[in-house]
Design a protein around this ligand. Sequence first.
Ligand code: 5GP
Length: 190
Amino acid sequence: MQKGKLIIFAAPSGAGKTTLVKHLLKNINNLVFSVSATTRPRRAKEVDGKDYYFISLDEFKERIKNGDFVEWQEVYDGNYYGTLTSEVDHLLDMGKNVIFDVDVQGALNLKNHYQEQALAVFVEPPSVEVLRARLYRRRTETPESLERRVQKAASELNYQPLFDTSVYNNDLETAKTDAESVVLDFLANE
Ligand code: 5GP
């Protein structure tokens, strides 16, 4: 049995999951981020190897064939995202607790794989309209890709009951505190 534990955060796009994950990384000891591989283009502020491993579609497909991913998804049309087994197992073996920022399906696949060693947390947004407004303000989307993300978000809300627990993100400060206590409780339990 590996030593570390897994904390899996998933949410519809725009629910504030990434902000919560960053908050936890800053405030909880011995917690490290699982860097995923993706084929989507790097955004201006992102750093290769820190936010993602940005790789080509050919390389991604090669790595699927090699069985390098514990899970992978084509999250948005044509863009692949995946968790590398080597990345996660290496960190767990070192006794680190590992936190994941993945889509809903990826989260359920990870939970299925790691079972009791993992906590799957669903970040619940106040409403689809709030999601739309948050994504709009982020200005990383075209009108079409924003609409696609909103549609996907609406359908992802149906998966909430399959998660171990949820954090409701209406007020960000409250959500940060709630997320911290959910994670600390899980890490404290043997
Ligand atoms: P973004 O393009 O905004 O960085 O991410 C899009 C979606 O892909 C987010 O919901 C993010 O959590 C998810 N994602 C990131 N990495 C992975 C991964 O390794 N596996 C899966 N299944 N989803 C991921």
